[in-house]
Design a protein around this ligand. Structure first.
Ligand code: AMP
Ligand code: MG
Length: 503
């Protein structure tokens, strides 16, 4: 990508040793395929996440090493690259075999907090699961994943992380030729609902038990209170998905491809494809080009998450109870608890966004009326909450918020009710403003800003917009200049109407 990148480490150099401890690679062979990454022609590091590398306890790596390792060109010692097997429901259709078709798990490390993390290359060439795909990744989707996953992390949303972005120096053939890249992802685990489905379609109950035990033991997901541990596992996964999707909703995130193969057991956001953020508030917002029916539109995400959890529960039925009817009842009961958990988390999150320290029975109505108002007047969702935060200390200075509304009467009515509601709360107004600033981002990876950053890299090899946007979105709760990328809503001409997987 850049002519000034140092080259990769010389082949005769000893490979770096990373402290891998690869538990997944010790599972039965039918869980994955062993596979080597492709060697790219002329790799160059675009970005390396030193903070994350430190958190992972990686040694201090010089640039040439980083490029070598995270392009797939030079495997570190201790890596055991595997492509994971999984199936999945894609837009409701069960596909019995998907699997890592362009990703390779290099191995696992235990980070400085004692948490086991997967290190995975994506875009590193074909695997036995590639099904006709080329195993490559254009730089655009890799940049999008880097920006959005790091922004999500900075906003406190559980997510896979981005450790490195390396351009390959090769072009990837899509509608046009695009520069290729490898992105290195870090996740607490890559086990998906689709991983369970892979074995369920094969009637392999033994594998489902091994996988469930693996997930429980790896993440310590289940307590010791005498409940059937697989029921307890399902309960925990349901709880985590409810928490996750409520966070998505509250920051205006639309995943875009909530297939079961993109739904993790650990409750992290994974597989950023045609994802997007709301600019103006619109419950039915749907940006993904492949989602013609709008199944994965913004407002439908909680219902889809529950649907996905039911698919997980079905795979676990043989483990839940020996009696099939009892197992089904258990599954329905646990998954049926999703809406209440989700609503609770969402409302709790909304209270935080609105600076409410206490709970009041009418809070849900206050929230619903606000969202209806924002939608009617096409108000920018992120700007609204950020500017509202400022009024917490000086209610008379609401003109920046009011300016977002085309009809100020609707705003005034709601604002009066909110101010009345604040009267019922204890707590000082400065404390309230600070609390609101900590949950209402000033910048997000706005679709048009991401688009502009990708286009600059693709067309001109210009990485400055990517770097600037990344720097902004990884400090989401700090005020930025109004025109800063990620802070400014799109002009009409900049609005992104469709997003693409780009795979
Ligand atoms: P995703 O859209 O990332 O959720 O991927 C869905 C499935 O398609 C997964 O099995 C991927 O591994 C596979 N896939 C996506 N893109 C490619 C590609 N370029 N080459 C091979 N497999 C791919
Ligand atoms: Mg996927």
């Amino acid at each position: 990508m850049s002519a000034h990148e140092p080259s990769i480490a010389a082949p005769e150099q000893e490979p770096v040793r990373l402290r891998f401890d690869n538990t997944y690679a010790r599972l039965p062979e039918r869980f994955y395929a062993r596979c080597q990454p492709a060697s790219p022609a002329a790799p160059a590091t675009v970005r390396f996440n030193r903070g994350l590398a430190t958190e992972l306890g990686l040694p201090d790596l010089e640039r040439a090493r980083i490029t070598g390792i995270f392009s797939g060109w030079q495997l570190p010692q201790g890596a055991e690259p595997i492509a994971l097997a999984y199936a999945g429901h894609q837009f409701c259709n069960l596909v019995p075999q998907l699997g890592d078709g362009r990703a390779l798990l290099l191995g696992e490390v235990v980070d400085r907090n004692g948490v086991r993390r997967d290190i995975q290359l994506k875009g590193s060439g074909t695997t036995p699961f590639s099904r006709g795909g080329d195993g490559r990744c254009p730089i655009g989707p890799a940049m999008r994943e880097y920006l959005v996953s790091e922004a999500m992390h900075a906003m406190g949303v559980p997510t896979s992380r981005a450790l490195a972005l390396v351009s390959t120096g090769e072009s990837v053939q899509r509608e046009t030729h695009l520069p290729g890249a490898v992105i290195t992802r870090v996740a607490q685990s890559h086990v998906r609902v689709g991983t369970f489905e892979y074995f369920a379609v094969r009637g392999d109950v033994e594998a489902i038990r091994i996988l469930a035990d693996y997930v429980i033991d790896r993440h310590g997901l289940v307590g010791d209170d005498g409940e059937n541990r697989y029921v307890a596992l399902l309960r925990e996964v349901v709880r985590r998905q409810a928490a996750l999707v409520s966070l998505w909703m509250n920051i205006g995130f639309i995943h875009g491809v909530m297939n079961t193969d993109n739904t993790t057991l650990i409750g992290e956001t994974l597989d950023y494809g045609p994802c997007a953020f709301l600019d103006h508030y619109e419950a039915g917002a749907c940006f993904s080009f492949i989602d013609q029916g709008g199944r994965y539109r913004y407002e439908n995400q909680p219902a889809v998450a529950q649907w996905n959890l039911m698919r997980l529960a079905e795979t676990l039925l043989p483990l839940l109870d020996d009696d099939q009817d009892a197992a089904i009842e258990q599954a329905q009961d646990v998954v049926g608890s999703f809406p209440a958990l989700y609503e609770r988390d969402r409302l709790q999150g909304m209270r935080r966004k609105l600076g409410l320290f206490s709970e009041h029975p009418d809070d849900a109505v206050l929230v619903d009326e606000l969202l209806a108002l924002l939608e009617r007047q096409q108000v920018d969702y992120t700007c609204f909450f950020r500017r509202l935060s400022d009024t917490a200390v000086e209610p008379n200075l609401d003109s920046p918020v009011r300016a977002l509304f085309s009809d100020p009467d609707g705003w005034q009515q709601w604002y009066t009710r909110w101010l009345e509601r604040l009267q019922q709360d204890r707590g000082r107004s400065t404390e309230r403003m600070r609390a609101m600033h900590r949950v209402n981002p000033a910048v997000i990876p706005r679709n048009h800003a991401v688009h502009a950053a990708i286009r600059a890299a693709e067309r001109h090899g210009d990485l400055a917009p990517f770097r600037e946007l990344l720097s902004n979105v990884t400090q989401p709760f700090t005020d930025h200049p109004e025109n800063a990328p990620g802070a400014r809503p799109p002009r009409a001409s900049e609005r992104v109407l469709r997003t693409f997987c780009g795979t």
